[in-house]
Design a protein around this ligand. Structure first.
Ligand SMILES: Cc1ncc(COP(=O)(O)O)c(C=O)c1O
Length: 400
């Protein structure tokens, strides 16, 4: 059978490929602590389940293609409450941020097009972009400069006649970088000047630890035609399994095209949108403050642990719940195999996401890893301790 050359060019998620080795380690009785995946252990607020339990309809019908009205209105009020007035027509309900990305790329990309993405980046972007026939052109950043990318010198040399869009993640996964106001302004300016779409993935919006207000690229109304926001309840409400997100844009033409796909797939899941509407409606500022404070405790636990490991380099993350770390080893993937197959301390070992999978440029990220700090501080401290012990054991074995 013949398959699409586009799907053949895609790869499996680099974050999941160690799964068989985890199963093997666990079968030998070892406990594997996870620093690798973005699945928070924080409880989903009760409002979600309550709304679903009290759903009064006797038929679980299709929702309107642009979204369940109460959900779309709740999203509109959430943005308007932050100071970014939008109308319901600027919003389309999706199956998570993931479908929002796929819809956007389907509307704006075709064979041979390029999307500028600062690397390291969230690996699933690659699949969603490749499947359209377009490719990522990475904007290189360096650990030494804290992975910052928002400057003209870094971005403009990569813009050419194939460039259709810039894709930014703010706050950043995997880097934890949060753009400063002047950097956000610059991103809007560059998109406008070069007539490019600016896709802003803001699924970690509230998770910022520097005292700044959560922000959106919707702020830049003079770039309203360029800006497309991707958002989701997954991380904000610790509801990754609900699969509810949005595309938000004031570009009417884009939204009219996106509606074709929304109608084609009929609707996003009705009940999940009902639950998501209740989440947006019931959340107080105190909820967001508590969430932020909890992740900040987790970040601090990881940062404290990492600073005790000799030779490890990292920047304290400013947002989201990830950071990239440079390790004093030849190859972080080899270290991961060692940790799963040969290493243990009191019956425990640790798992992270090797850095190479977050880069498009071959060879980059080989001695880097991404850590997700989504478990409790005590478990995080132990996980980082195991990482330090594992590095020492791995290097001792290589040298001996
Ligand atoms: C940067 C980023 N964007 C989008 C997503 C997709 O989120 P979801 O489809 O659960 O809304 C994720 C999930 O980890 C992410 O990290």
């Amino acid at each position: 059978m013949k398959f699409s050359s586009k799907i053949e060019a895609c790869g499996l998620s680099p974050i999941r490929k160690f799964r068989p080795y985890v199963v093997e380690a666990e079968a030998k009785g070892r406990k594997v602590l996870h620093l690798n995946i973005g699945q928070p252990d924080i409880e989903t607020p009760k409002a979600f389940f309550d709304a679903i339990r009290s759903f009064g309809e006797s038929v679980l019908a299709y929702a309107p293609s642009p979204g369940v009205e109460s959900y779309v209105e709740a999203v509109r009020d959430y943005y308007t409450g932050m100071g970014y007035p939008i109308s319901c027509d600027d919003i389309l309900a999706t199956y998570g941020g993931s479908e929002a990305l796929q819809i956007i790329f389907s509307c704006i990309l075709e064979d041979g097009d390029e999307v500028l993405v600062p690397e390291p980046y969230y690996p699933n972007y690659d699949t969603f972009i490749r499947i359209t026939g377009a490719t990522i052109r990475p904007i290189p950043t360096t650990p030494e400069e804290g992975y910052r990318f928002a400057s003209r010198e870094r971005i403009e040399p990569f813009i050419n006649e194939h460039t259709r869009a810039i894709l930014m993640t703010n706050p950043g996964n995997p880097t934890g970088v949060v753009l400063r106001p002047e950097e956000r302004q610059l991103m809007a300016d560059i998109a406008k000047e070069h007539d490019l779409f600016l896709i802003s993935d803001e699924v970690y919006r509230e998770l910022v630890y520097g005292g700044e207000k959560p922000s959106s690229m919707l702020e830049y109304t003079d770039a309203a035609e360029n800006v497309i926001v991707v958002d989701s309840v997954s991380k904000r409400f610790s509801a990754t399994g609900s699969r509810v997100g949005v595309v938000v844009s004031r570009n009417k033409e884009l939204m009219a095209h996106a509606m074709k796909i929304c109608q084609g797939r009929l609707c996003a899941a009705t009940l999940d949108q009902v639950g998501a509407a209740a989440l947006y409606r019931s959340m107080t500022p105190a909820y967001y403050e508590d969430l932020r404070a909890e992740y900040q405790r987790r970040r601090d636990a990881v940062v404290e642990g990492l600073s005790k490991i000799p030779g490890v380099k990292f920047n304290s993350p400013e947002g989201a719940f990830y950071l990239m770390v440079t390790l004093p080893v030849d190859d972080a993937e080899k270290l991961q195999y060692f940790l799963l197959q040969e290493f243990e301390d009191h019956g425990e070992t640790v798992m992270y996401a090797p850095g190479e999978g977050f880069y498009a440029t071959p060879g980059k990220g080989r001695n880097e890893i991404r850590i997700a700090y989504v478990t409790n501080p005590a478990e995080l401290r132990r996980s980082v301790e195991l990482l330090g012990l594992g590095i020492a054991a791995y290097n001792a074995k290589r040298e001996g």
